[in-house]
Design a protein. Sequence first.
Length: 368
Amino acid sequence: MKQFILFVKKEFRHIFRDRKSLLIIIMMPIVQIILFGFALTNEIKNSHIAVLDDAKDESSRTIIRRLDASRYFNVAMYLNTRQDIETAFKTGKIRLVVVFQPGFRGSLLHTNHAQVQLIADASDPNTATTVTNYASNVIGDYQKELNTQVQVPYMIRPEIRMLYNPQLKGAYNFVPGVMAMILILIAAMMTSVAIVREKEINTMEVLLVSPLKPLLFILSKAIPYIFLSLVNVSTILLVSVTLLEVPINGSLFLLMAESLLFIITAVSLGLMISTLTKTQQEAQMFSLVALLLPTLLLGGFMFPIESMPLPLRIISNIVPSKWFFHIVKDVMIKGLGFSVVWKESLVLVGMTLFLLGISFKKFKTRLA
């Protein structure tokens, strides 16, 4: 029994000596409880919507005010023409456009029927279904109030139109998210592990006497994973088009170029992780915590970012997968061009340069 207790104490000492693993063991449950219990929810709140009010009467203005007062919506844009609808969706911020036909209140009073058009961005089918249901409920509540004052009931019928994904296929949102997750795992995690492995077997010391420059050594480690990641992108796109029937509505060249940019960003992350860790196990654990979880939780394809608390919305801006997810959706699903995604591309370029700068500086310091 004494030996058993000694082994238990010995194991506890090993755990407490490894402070990084101990921190992960203790902090992980706390972080997950906070995220899943408080911050992350499938409920859609604060969705930005646009309004095209061709009626401009009392009834349309009342419904608009109630939509804006709801905790689910924020009227962010007022449109003038139907041509503005597509422009509004191209911003990437508008989830729903509410259109009131001319003579809305007159039709309601004289024929007891009126129609409101709800146009949703269905590239995320779950969110599109939810926001149209919320808007229909707000309109339905207004209709009920009117019907308490009349004998012949009024009928306001929402006409729902799903843009970009009329059949509401889940793959339209699933494919961009899977691309971001797989590329982060392969490009970042495998690059960090490959370099740390050289440290573990002490071959890194060869760099001190080798004519090979550190930059070329790092490139020799990164290029195979960049190539494999591009193969994965091609495979995902092929499967998506042939089996899942998800079309590539935009430029295939632009989509591949943006994927290559994201892969290089992920490799830069892997390089930075390799400078912060000493063993392959540490590199894998760090990659899971610092890359995979933020991609899943803050990337935007599992949980709507606008529904998160402000601190998490701010943190999500430093997650590369969020920007790549928006790029893939805009190019592949919506068929938009570089003129729409250049800002997201610039963010990824900035992240890449920043991470490479830190990585090379730390790498040279370690070799010195």
